[in-house]
Write a protein that binds this ligand. Structure first.
Ligand SMILES: [Zn+2]
Length: 113
């Protein structure tokens, strides 16, 4: 389950920025997760409790924002919703391997006090 290492890294980064801001604890963490990022939100939530346990992020609310995957067609220059890395453009049927969204695995917000 690689979500554990993903969450450990997210906690490490959040704690680092919170401490740099002089926070006593983290109250909320918001992550942005693309549907093609390979990370499963349920597994991330499960891992969260384990990895945040003895940090200043313990007990913080975890919010996961899912980013739908979007492909990009260079032929007709349009963005379209997709479910895979390679997609046929729904407009001109050109095969495109370009993704605009879907690989996100970012910290969107850290709320501290
Ligand atoms: Zn197209």
């Amino acid at each position: 389950m690689h979500e554990v290492s993903i969450m450990a890294e997210a906690v490490r980064m959040a704690v680092e920025s919170a401490q740099a801001a002089g926070a006593r604890r983290i109250t909320r963490l918001r992550l942005r997760v693309g549907t093609l990022s390979g990370a499963v939100p349920e597994a991330m939530r499960f891992a969260w409790d384990v990895v945040s346990g003895d940090t200043i992020a313990a007990g913080a609310r975890l919010e996961i924002e899912t980013v739908p995957a979007a492909g990009w067609c260079g032929m007709c220059r349009t963005e379209f919703e997709c479910a895979d890395f390679f997609n046929e453009c729904p407009h001109c049927h050109n095969l495109s391997g370009e993704l605009r969204h879907g690989r996100e695995l970012d910290i969107a917000a850290v709320e501290i006090e």
